[in-house]
Design a protein around this ligand. Structure first.
Ligand code: SAH
Length: 351
């Protein structure tokens, strides 16, 4: 069975050609899938019944279910737990910014990168998401909330560059003028630092914002919390970031989660500033979200402010990320995990 919604326009064209269909049918089907968001072949009313029948025999339409939905009383942030066709779950977070709605989406079920502060990686990688599943996070959140999604961030569960081919197909579909037509200027992709893929991504010149999860100002600290640093250290990572900027002209963004006593001292802020010297970039500071299994403590507000001021005094652009949805466990990976744990308990209780 072909996963119809995962096919890029040229792939769908090929598929329709194999069915002996004229070229204009591709445009019709693509529009139904990616502009009108149909959930069944019967809704494709301008297709002959026989074609709808053939499509239903040879392909399927992916869809997600809303397993849980948490709405923040503080700021309206919505966290979705979406159910996938095989019973797995992923999370998306819908945030209301002054300039529009932004959706943070997952790219994998679980993650194999093993970052020690992160909830998403605790159970390892289960599988990659398909392009259709990533698109459906957007389509389902739009349909459920009634809000148009103005920007998308690939910062939910998973490492997007570890699911490279599907993420590239997803981006092609997302920005296709015959589909949702979202400019990739409104997309950010966050990575823990898969250096070989950063070079590949730069070559594509997609115009998206590359966001790097740095979280340490030297290799000792970074390797202690991010295993990927043992494969590609800070030097190799920053070299790839400079190349990304030189090739694409797009400023790189760095994520830095402040963990009390581990990476939040003024000396470390100066060390970070020295690393980024001369780079056109931006640092996002986030007090770490404590994950029960991880035992990390978030830095105090004073420590966060001091870190930011030190960076700024060294000429590095730094902001403290406004935290949204703190009352609904909005940080990635936590809802899927508690959901998995509660269903295990439920099944344990059932004789
Ligand atoms: N794998 C990608 C994207 C998913 S994680 C990446 O590593 O960038 C999205 C962001 O949340 C990353 O910057 C990640 O380091 C950060 N993050 C993960 N767990 C966190 C926590 N407990 N507190 C604060 N930020 C966290």
């Amino acid at each position: 069975m072909t996963d119809l919604k995962s096919l890029t326009y040229p792939q769908l064209e090929e598929f329709m050609k194999e069915l002996g269909q004229p070229a204009y049918r591709t445009g019709q089907v693509f529009g139904w899938l990616h502009q009108k968001g149909v959930t069944s072949f019967d809704q494709m009313t301008n297709l002959p019944a026989a074609l709808r029948q053939t499509l239903a025999e040879k392909s399927f339409l992916n869809s997600l279910t809303v397993e849980r939905k948490l709405v923040s009383k503080k700021d309206g942030t919505v966290k979705y737990l979406f159910g996938l066709r095989d019973g797995e779950c992923v999370e998306s977070v819908l945030m209301d910014y002054h300039h529009g709605h932004s959706l943070c989406i997952s790219t994998q079920v679980g993650c194999r990168q093993g970052c020690r502060f992160c909830a998403s990686t605790l159970g390892g990688l289960v599988r990659n998401l398909t392009p259709a599943e990533m698109l459906d996070e957007i389509y389902t959140a739009t349909a459920d909330s009634g809000h148009r999604i103005d920007s998308v961030v690939l910062m939910g569960i998973g490492e997007p560059l570890d699911n490279y081919d599907n993420v590239m197909a997803f981006l092609e579909l997302l920005s296709d003028p015959r589909g949702l037509n979202l400019s990739l200027r409104h997309v950010s992709l966050s990575t823990c630092g898969l250096v070989d893929r950063i070079y590949d991504l730069a070559e594509k010149k997609l115009g998206l914002t590359l966001s790097i999860s740095l979280h340490g100002s030297n290799d000792t600290v970074r390797s202690a919390s991010m295993p990927i640093n043992n494969k590609w250290n800070i030097d190799a990572l920053l070299k790839a970031c400079r190349d990304y900027f030189d090739t694409t002209g797009r400023r790189v963004s760095f994520e830095y989660a402040l963990i009390e006593g581990k990476n939040d001292s003024p000396e470390q802020a100066r060390e970070l500033a020295a690393l980024l010297k001369g780079m056109l970039c931006h640092v996002n500071l986030i007090p770490v979200n404590p994950v029960v299994e991880r035992g990390n403590r978030r830095s105090s507000r004073q420590a966060v402010e001091r870190f930011q001021k030190t960076l700024q005094s060294c000429g590095v652009n730094a902001t403290v990320r406004r935290e949204l949805g703190t009352d609904i466990n909005a940080a990635c990976g936590q809802l899927r995990r508690t959901h998995a744990q509660s269903s295990t308990q439920e099944s344990e209780e059932t004789p």
